[in-house]
Design a protein around this ligand. Sequence first.
Ligand code: AVI
Length: 323
Amino acid sequence: MSAEPLDFNKLDAFAVDVLAGLGAPKQKSIPCHHLYDARGNELFEAIIEQPEYYLSRTEIGILEAHAADIVAGMPPGSVLVEFGSGSSWKTEILLDAVVRLAAYVPIDVSASALAGARHRLAARFPGLRVEPLLSDFRHPLQLPAEVATLPRTGFFPGSTIGNFSPDEAKKLLGSMANVLGTGSRLIIGVDLLKSPKIMVPAYDDAAGFGAIFIRNLLMRANRELGADFDPDAFYHEARFNEVENRIEVHLVSKRAQIAHVLGRSFAFQPGETIHMQNSYKHTVKGFQALTREAGWTPHRVWTDNAGLFSVHELINRTPKTTV
Ligand code: AVI
């Protein structure tokens, strides 16, 4: 294989991240947001239906049990802003309970997800004003001018915050505080630290959707980058890292092999891994401390009876900064 210099400016973010992540001198890794192409989204929908994946159904149970209480913090005429809204299914629970919402602003990178959600919500909530924002919540963004002066509540369910390291999570929460502005609230779902016997199977379900979801990234690289990964030459492994309090998902090379991506060769030793995802697990107190460092004031917290999952209400008392 030739090693012609590649012009990184002409490559898309997926190509750049795959080349950089596989070329890392020690641990190979690929950022987990690349797992969510169209097929990845379908597979993730299948994961959340699996009996082992307790996160979604537990969070939905908490939102349903406490919806009236959760929206009680939103003054009439508020705007609900959802970060990474996807299908907006969980949002319907809040929309059912809220009184006089001025607008709902779903933010997502998928135009088709935004269009689908808008269509469904228009039928289910005929008077609701929906102002979709096609954007990546990980990057700086601005709310539509028409809603920027109204009271704002952010919504970030699913424990997606757990896919960020504590430092990244602090930065993300800080930028959400900045986007939402002083006096705003954030309702955020966070998976709780518990026995690995419960946490690990959620990422390694018996039906194998967790494994197919992770291996789909190699297929994506084959499709989009002309790579030649043999997905069967890797197995999927979910482990609990008790020092970092996180589930790590790795693809483990079954044998010595070389894969090619965009003219670059990447050698794998038997047992060598590509670190594909982290899911950090928090205690209620630990997460509240992290939000304080990001400029939020933790307020109420709702959990299920078994203490598997938590939904936090945060209040932003910090003056807005310019970015
Ligand atoms: C989206 N996110 C919160 C999921 C999680 O639990 O970390 C992603 C996931 N990956 C494999 N299974 C679930």
